[in-house]
Design a protein around this ligand. Structure first.
Ligand SMILES: N[C@@H](Cc1c[nH]c[nH+]1)C(=O)O
Length: 409
């Protein structure tokens, strides 16, 4: 019979898992300090729901399953959409999640699941809210020990407003977006010429991929191609958000990119991506999506982002970052005759929150020891000796000694 072989997945190795857990603790802590509350969404979603709304995940990328009634479901392809759909009692709400999302793109066929750690801030559409969410992303990256990273800041409206003046098909738009995204300057010009756009509009579109870099310079360049009031407002919005970021003291981490295009189509305002110098893909993506909720009857502005946890784990491993091993506080070795006292002591110490390992051994190392305990912490050699040579008459004595040592530490 053919054996089923499981591919090595991301959780198969203890060290990877410990590293992920450490990251997750950092996320939880940092997100909480900005007032976010943790939530989860269902793993299974209605396929039809995704089919009926716009700006969603590409349907080919969703992983479909069929339940026993024949209904087609998808494995959670995104967290932002279900959260935007949620009925909310209060208008001002900050939510965070650490959840797996399931997508299968043609380019990355093997990769079907990834863990996202994200936040969504509902009910505030001010530049201050935008900046706060971006600062939270920066703060978290710093917590994780990253120093070389950049947040690329753009706006979903800038390109949209410009392109609205051009008469182009959906297919042409998608091709153009790919060129802009990959800064493919060689192809853009002939492509736009072939469409037959007016010279000044074509020139403006052609300049978009170059609108990248130092915020002050990009803003100056962008001003030159502004063609109407909406584009002006978009630029003003970017400047307003950037000003708040300057006041937070994080300007060093910000790069403007007016050619930025995010995967999801639901963004309506500020968009951003975070890059580490060691990883070619964005480790976080986000933006404002004020109109997504409307499709579910929830008119509420919102902004959020999600970290790709797997990329961050990979980056930390590349940097040689080691997991902080939590070592046992004490190892209790006992011989059979003292089993009861030793095991009861272990139970009580664990109850106090200490990490205890117990071993039944033939020969307790200590002369005539009833129960020997060995302090595991390497730099406390003295204590080890002291305690090794001690004989414990009872579980009580063992427990109080361990607690006393722990207290001293
Ligand atoms: N859900 C988005 C990230 C995001 C969260 N909030 C807003 N955007 C993604 O998966 O790319």
């Amino acid at each position: 019979m053919q054996k089923y072989i499981l591919s090595q997945n991301k959780n198969s190795n203890v060290e990877d898992f410990q590293m992920r857990e450490q990251l997750i603790n950092t996320f939880k802590h940092r997100f909480t300090t900005y007032g976010y509350k943790q939530v989860r969404t269902s793993t299974f979603e209605q396929y039809d729901m995704y089919g009926s709304i716009t700006g969603t995940v590409n349907k080919d990328e969703m992983i479909k399953v069929i339940d026993s009634s024949g209904q087609v479901l998808v494995l959670r392809p995104d967290v932002t959409i279900p959260l935007a759909r949620m009925n909310r009692a209060t208008t001002d709400q900050r939510l965070f999640y650490i959840l797996d999302v399931f997508r299968q793109s043609i380019e990355q066929n093997e990769q079907k699941e990834s863990t996202q750690a994200g936040v969504e801030f509902f009910g505030d559409n001010s530049p201050e809210a935008d900046a706060e969410v971006i600062v939270l992303a920066i703060h978290t990256l710093k917590d994780l020990g990253f120093t070389n990273f950049k947040i690329e800041l753009g706006h979903a409206g800038f390109f949209k407003e410009l392109i609205q003046q051009a008469d182009i098909s959906q297919n042409q738009l998608e091709t153009l977006q790919t060129y802009i995204h990959s800064k493919n300057l060689v192809e853009i010009e002939p492509f736009l010429k072939a469409i037959g756009l007016a010279d000044d509009l074509r020139n403006a579109i052609q300049l978009i991929p170059m609108m990248y870099g130092n915020p002050a310079d990009v803003i100056d360049e962008a001003k030159k191609i502004i063609r109407n009031e909406s584009m002006k407002q978009v630029l003003q919005n970017i400047i307003a958000v950037y000003d708040v970021l300057v006041d937070y003291g994080v300007a060093d981490s910000i790069v403007l990119n007016l050619g930025l295009i995010n995967n999801m189509d639901y963004y309506s305002g500020i968009i951003f991506q975070g890059f580490l110098d060691s990883i070619g893909k964005p480790v976080l993506m986000g933006g404002r999506y004020d109109h997504l909720g409307k499709q579910f009857g929830n008119t509420i502005p919102a902004i959020g982002f999600a970290f790709e946890v797997d990329y961050l784990v990979h980056a930390l491993q590349q940097q040689g970052k080691e997991i902080v091993e939590i070592e046992p506080d004490f190892i209790i070795k006992y011989d059979k005759t003292k089993q009861k006292a030793a095991l009861q002591a272990a139970y009580r110490l664990r109850n106090e929150g200490l990490q205890i390992l117990t071993y039944l051994v033939d020969n307790v190392e200590v002369n005539d020891a009833t129960t020997a305990i060995v302090n595991y912490t390497k730099d406390e050699q003295q204590l080890i000796t002291q305690i090794k040579s001690h004989t414990f008459a009872s579980a009580d004595e063992l427990v109080s000694q361990c607690l006393a040592i722990k207290e001293e530490k």
